[in-house]
Design a binder for this molecule. Structure first.
Ligand SMILES: [Zn+2]
Ligand SMILES: [Zn+2]
Length: 380
């Protein structure tokens, strides 16, 4: 069950930030370990501090209000996948401020998890659509072979830090609204590790890792999209002191295609037709992702009409089926007519009784030529 942080602080669920702060100060004065060394009071003080830490943070307070517990390991508002949970950072610092570090915190390990790495991979539309296997070269940190990640020159050992005597922390007395407090911070000389490498390994300068170029084979699934990231677990940087490696993310960057624009898994292109071809009908050959396809344009095709080739788009990522290919008709009006062409067009206009179609139409009434814009995509 979730802890009732409101009850712990003795405030209503609709308490303001100021009320929460006042309630916390009042309780903290009573229960602070400097004032009240009783173990039960200390436990209550921890609980009260937890509650304050949660309720003074709008994001965490929201989790509580949604029935979750931001301090539960891995437990956020809506269960797994929550961005909150175990990665909670601020509380340790507050607790250290009150309890002066002390027994619960020893020197920290020199060994830490490595950083994630990110690499961009340019792919053609055909490759993002149907998948690809690529060799990529990455330049990341790997464990130093000379010292096996320890950082000390072979045959030597790190020695105890003389500043913090191996505790990894130094303490400081400060004043605050609670009165005098002992705060501790990581020892600046040994960065909190409690030990100092007097004779660093020459190859890695004591870091325990070196940079190295490696070649990896990455498999791109079909249907990926520009900006998507593929995670290669454990292929990132090795951590300091030979710590476990982070992950490598390969970000897909899709090259612009000469003909198609992509919208999700659908593809779009324009088909530019001379006015005569739109009127008389024609055939055109289109190079689709699946090869040549003959497109039939019916006589009397209008500008803006769309010919849809079902299933000729991009395959859905990790799902059955494909998007569609949309061919948008663009009708081109001839701009340069020679004398003979103009004569023929005038002849045609005469035959179709379209010689003077520009009847004046206005606000007072329609002429038959003007009308309201048709609703739909193209009139917007
Ligand atoms: Zn080394
Ligand atoms: Zn130290």
């Amino acid at each position: 069950m979730a802890v009732d942080y409101y009850a712990t602080l003795g405030v209503r669920r609709d308490a303001t930030g100021d009320e929460i702060k006042r309630a916390y100060r009042k309780l903290a004065r009573e229960l602070h370990p400097d004032v009240n060394p009783d173990p039960e009071a200390q436990q209550r003080f921890r609980n009260v501090t937890n509650a304050y830490e949660v309720l003074s943070d709008p994001e965490k307070r929201q989790i509580v209000d949604l029935g979750g517990d931001p301090l539960a390991p891995g437990g956020g508002a809506a269960g797994a996948g929550s961005p909150f949970g175990a990665g909670f950072g601020g509380l340790g610092d507050i607790m250290d401020a009150f309890f002066g570090g002390g027994a619960s915190r020893g020197p920290r390990s020199r060994v830490r998890r490595g950083n994630d790495a990110l690499l961009r991979l340019e792919l053609d539309l055909a490759e993002t659509a149907f998948g690809a296997t690529r060799d990529i070269t990455v330049d990341t940190a790997v464990v130093c072979a000379t010292c096996s990640g320890a950082g000390a020159a072979p045959g030597t050992q790190p020695s105890t830090c003389s500043t913090c005597h191996g505790r990894g922390e130094v303490q400081q007395v400060t004043r605050s609204f609670l009165g005098q407090m002992v705060t501790s911070r990581p020892c600046p000389r040994c960065s909190g590790t409690g030990t100092v490498i007097e004779h660093p390994c020459r190859d890695c300068s004591g870091d325990g890792r070196v940079r190295k170029r490696r070649t990896l084979t990455v498999k791109i699934p079909s249907g990926v999209e520009d900006g998507m990231r593929i995670r290669l677990s454990g292929e990132g940087e090795v951590g300091p002191g030979g710590g476990p490696p982070g992950d490598l993310y390969v970000e897909v960057s899709e090259r612009q295609h000469a003909v198609f624009t992509r919208e999700g898994d659908d593809l779009h292109c324009d088909l530019r037709l001379p006015m005569t071809a739109a009127a008389l009908g024609t055939m055109a050959t289109l190079e689709t992702l699946d090869g040549s396809e003959t497109i039939t344009v019916k006589p009397g095709t209008q500008p803006g009409e769309v010919i849809r080739l079902a299933g000729r788009g991009v395959p859905h990522l990790r799902a059955v089926g494909r998007g569609h290919l949309h061919i948008h008709i663009v009708v081109e009006t001839p701009t340069k007519l020679d004398t003979e062409q103009e004569r023929l067009l005038r002849e045609l206009a005469k035959l179709r009784e379209e010689e003077t179609p520009a009847v004046v139409g206005g606000a007072s009434g329609g002429s038959g030529l003007f009308s309201r814009r048709r609703s739909g995509r193209r009139s917007r």
